[in-house]
Design a protein around this ligand. Sequence first.
Ligand SMILES: [Zn+2]
Ligand SMILES: [Zn+2]
Length: 358
Amino acid sequence: MAGFLEACQHCCYYCLRGLYWVPVGFVVLILTWGYYVYVYTLHLSGEFVKPIPVSVLFLFIGHILLFLHVSSYARTILTKHKPVPSEFMPTDEQLDQMDTMEDSQPFIAQLASSLPLNQVTRSGSVRYCAHCELIKPDRTHHCSTCGTCILKMDHHCPWVNNCVGFSNYKYFYLFLFYTVVLSLWFCLSSLYDIVHLWRKDLKEGLASKFNVTFCFVILGVFGLSTSCLLFFHTYLIFTNKTTIESMDAPRTHRGPVKDLYYLGVRRNLRAIFGSNPFLALLPVNTSEGNGASFPIKNHHHIAEYRSQRTGRTDTNNMENGYTVVLTSNRDSGSESEVEIFAVDDRRTETVPLASSPQ
Ligand SMILES: [Zn+2]
Ligand SMILES: [Zn+2]
């Protein structure tokens, strides 16, 4: 009986896994149908006679857009998410130690003190994933569908049956972009044929008429609804936010900070598309960073704030979102130490100037 129940559980698990692929199958079906209608019915069947050079040009442009669309979609689906770096994972001994503690939070905070973290939980403690047994890097969230922590998680997308996060966000955005462009291309380049078609005798080529018109309407609606999503994700890229952060601002020790990762439009765009404009719209990996630590907006202001509050001499800032404050020696007036602060004004390290990090 136990064996039978176990077999049922396994069966249900695989059925559920199979169901997750239904939306992907739907997208592939629409694409295949659109391809058939565009390439065969509109250009090769001979029912719609266009000058050959026009047909060749239309098919050439259509195939380039289709290639970019399909490869972006495939890479969004198939990209394996980069794992959380090992320094965020407690060792087996540390995990055993935590098991014996009634409140492991102070111990976790101690482990996290050397990590580049700015975000905290609502209660102000270190963000820790009990499922994956790791300290969550900034912008990382646990996905219950994927059953793992995803770096810079945006959302879990059923249309790609994968999480959208640091590793595949650019591909996802390009998938949306080329869905809209491809739908627009299909509708605009076949509009003349459709109008011409319905002017003819109704009985003539009735099946093709409905096939082409129905495909036109479906792809039009598909493109229009995707353009809303594309618009939203364009806003997110310009403001350097994820979908999760747009709904719930990341929290530091000072409370929620809406635009914590805003670095200016150019740097925000570079974070996703990289610095080479020729590769920006190609589904190749050009996103900047390691996915586990991110530059933040106001480290410079914090340096100024520290400097005003403490009366200390000079400020400097580092690209990784930490603030460095040079400390005067009270007696000689010379700069002797470098203090490093996280965004929340928490001092993380004090080092002699000679060995200060560059
Ligand atoms: Zn997790
Ligand atoms: Zn997921």
